[in-house]
Design a binder for this molecule. Structure first.
Ligand code: ADP
Length: 478
């Protein structure tokens, strides 16, 4: 088996994983070994070298970033330009000069430092929006290995892509990959449409496009979790956790405090529910866990203030002796404790305005007691909705009335219907778990790379150039 080399912004430390990307990839790396390369914040003038980090099951190398690089590459271009753009929030774009140049320079530096550590037979898998230009930088250095990319966020509509003043270079970054992996078929459709809107695109198949003499292959690979493992952790957790004192039904939200997660609207939806359901027996206690993230970016401070104000407002309006409607916890909570809370919850309220997948939705389903499962109230704009629409109560997160209606449906759902919906969702989680996700992506990557290499051989080229596709060209434009 070829060695797998993962690239992502951060390299996980040993111990329990946190964050969607690491949760999904760590078990693949624990099982098959390999090398994981990433960056880490460093000093004013960090060494220009990769530093080995200790790890038991696979090797790790990190490139320390200077303070200026951390500011312009990570906080700046990645999180103040690409992150909002990828989530369709072009109103939040902050395109201060110099950030994009640093973003590309960091990717080039990582390629240069990683190059001597790569073997000819390695398979390279690059993750997420921090490192989109990395394959192009590696190709420039003569790397001909299979290189895949997986985007953990949504892919935006064509209009959002065009809001980047260099949208053609952004699209071109994807052309250096053998395969671009996205979370849902909706993302694939938007990806193809972004190229069509940029002009000179020709659809070769539903997963392959010719654009400005480049062939770009794409597919949807919904990221999965180890459902049985998470269920076991949740069962253990409730055995050891102190149960909450509240006699009310428990509703839970678990997110990084990010403006894409729709938490303020979620509270407005709960407020609408409480206004419409004043009876004591309809009361629900809502626990929202939202640890801080990217606090140096202005838009994150704004959402924090808004949330604090709203939770105070809802509690002021509806608190009673023995009843506090909203408990807002602004810190990270251990993964096992989260699993226990998810298991205890009668309802999960997961209402992102836009989300690549949302693993918490899957973790909630995995954690439930199949005999008496809770109900998942889920935004139709979470990637998870594409797989879980048959079992979840889908809502429009922009409309507090729709959120309130979802809570009401969940609170009144009979146990028979809850069991049937849960069983359907749990089956899907088991079929498409984290190992399935990584295996199916890597199989497709290897097949794509074979096509590229056979094209190179037939053209007698030593490096990547314009390719002819063995597939029949689709007549006309998309
Ligand atoms: P994102 O990747 O955008 O943060 P996901 O829902 O896809 O969102 O993944 C988040 C992961 O981080 C999940 O595995 C979840 O259990 C974990 N997580 C989310 N919130 C917290 C928290 N408050 N404390 C600890 N872990 C969390």
């Amino acid at each position: 088996m070829s060695r797998l080399v993962i690239f992502s912004n951060r390299v996980p430390a040993d111990g329990p994983p946190s964050g969607g990307l690491v949760v999904a990839l760590q078990s693949t790396m624990d099982n098959r070994g390999g090398l994981w390369i990433g960056t880490e914040p460093g000093d004013e003038e960090p060494p220009d070298t990769l530093i080995p980090r200790p790890g038991e099951t696979f090797d790790r190398l990190t490139m320390p970033l200077s303070r200026a690089e951390h500011e312009d590459y990570y906080l700046g271009y990645a999180n103040s330009v690409l992150w909002p753009m990828l989530h369709g929030r072009v109103d939040l774009l902050d395109v201060s000069s110099g950030q994009r140049a640093t973003y590309e320079a960091v990717n080039r530096r990582l390629a240069k430092l990683a190059r001597p550590h790569l073997r000819d037979t390695d398979i390279l898998w690059i993750h997420d929006y921090h490192l989109i230009p990395l394959a192009a930088a590696l190709r420039e250095l003569g790397v001909t290995n299979p290189i895949g990319f997986f985007l953990h966020t949504p892919f935006p509509d064509a209009g959002s892509v065009q809001a980047l003043s260099h949208s053609d270079s952004f699209l071109r970054w994807f052309a250096a990959y053998d395969l671009v992996g996205l979370q849902t078929s909706r993302d694939v459709a938007r990806f193809l449409d972004a190229f069509r809107s940029a002009g000179a695109a020709q659809l070769i198949s539903g997963r392959c496009i010719r654009w400005q003499d480049e062939i770009i292959r794409v597919g949807s690979f919904p990221i999965g979790i180890d459902a049985d493992g998470f269920r076991d952790m949740a069962e253990d957790a409730i055995r050891t956790q102190t149960p909450p004192l509240s006699s009310h039904r428990l509703m839970i939200g678990v997110d990084r405090l990010d403006y894409t997660k729709g938490i303020p609207n979620r509270l407005r939806g709960f407020q609408t529910y409480l206004r419409d359901h004043p009876a004591e027996e309809d009361r629900i206690a809502f626990v929202q866990i939202a640890p801080p993230t990217r606090e140096d970016v202005g838009a994150y401070m704004d959402v924090r203030r808004e949330l604090e104000q709203l939770s105070g407002e809802v509690n002021g309006e509806f608190s009673d002796i023995g009843y506090v409607p909203v408990q807002y916890i602004h810190r990270a909570v251990a993964r096992s404790a989260i699993s226990g809370l998810l298991r205890r919850a009668d309802i999960a309220l997961i209402t992102p305005l836009n989300d690549g997948m949302n693993l918490v939705a899957k973790e909630f389903v995995a954690a439930q007691d199949p005999e008496d499962p809770g109900v998942l109230v889920l935004s139709k704009f979470a990637g998870a909705a594409e797989q879980l629409e048959g079992g979840a109560v889908l809502i429009n997160p922009h409309d507090p009335a729709s959120v309130a209606d979802g809570i009401r449906k969940a609170a009144r759902m009979p146990v028979g219907e809850r069991r049937q919906r849960h069983e359907q969702m749990y089956d899907i989680l088991r079929q498409s778990n984290g190992d399935w996700w990584a295996d199916s992506y890597l199989r497709a990557l290897e097949a794509s790379a074979v096509i590229r290499i056979s094209n190179l051989a037939s053209l007698g080229q030593g490096s990547l150039g314009p390719m002819t596709s063995p597939l029949t060209a689709f007549p006309g434009k998309l």
